[in-house]
Design a protein around this ligand. Structure first.
Ligand code: NI
Length: 172
């Protein structure tokens, strides 16, 4: 297992569309393991492959509560196949937009189809934090960040700050 560097916005790789995984092989299983280790180290509750520069449709998450045992999940080719009309608003953050948060409204309940690390197909119904997190991570596979849901004014302020911080870090 390895901790992978996480891309920080703005970065063209975070705006690209990730490709479907054709075969769930050892390369994908290693990617899932590395992404989980990277996510726990950050720490975060979700991570998508494009955030570590891999344009494949793979996400990991763990939305277990603080007092619950860890519940790592690796989802390959995840897709939302149903969403509720009812919505929820959560304050979202993202490892690719460090220190920035915003309230985002999304469907409260979704059904997601995906392949597990053995290539077996599953369908899961997600609500609460799980629903928000899985939608946020699937968005990453289509180059969508949570700041794309807020006003362009606020988005540009955040992206400009992050860009400046990256430039300062580079010249330091
Ligand atoms: Ni994110």
């Amino acid at each position: 297992m390895a901790i992978l560097p996480i891309l920080v916005a703005p970065d063209p790789r975070l705006k690209a569309k990730a490709q479907k995984v054709e075969v769930v092989d050892d390369t994908i299983r290693t990617l899932i393991d590395d992404m989980l280790e990277t996510m726990y180290d950050a720490p975060g509750i979700g991570l998508a492959a494009p955030q570590v520069g891999v344009l494949k449709r793979v996400i990991v998450l763990d939305v277990a509560g603080k007092d619950e045992p860890p519940a790592p999940m690796g989802l390959v080719n995840p897709e939302v196949i149903w969403e509720s009309e009812e919505t929820n608003v959560y304050e979202e953050g993202c490892l690719s937009l460090p220190t920035h948060y915003a309230e985002v409204e999304r469907p409260a309940v979704v059904k997601v189809r995906y392949l597990d690390r053995d290539g077996k197909a599953h369908e899961v119904e997600a609500d609460g934090l799980f629903a928000t997190c899985v939608q946020h991570e699937i968005d990453h596979l289509d180059g969508v960040l949570f700041v794309d849901y807020i006003s362009s004014l606020k988005r540009n302020i955040i992206l400009r700050k992050l860009k400046k911080e990256k430039e300062q870090a580079r010249s330091a």
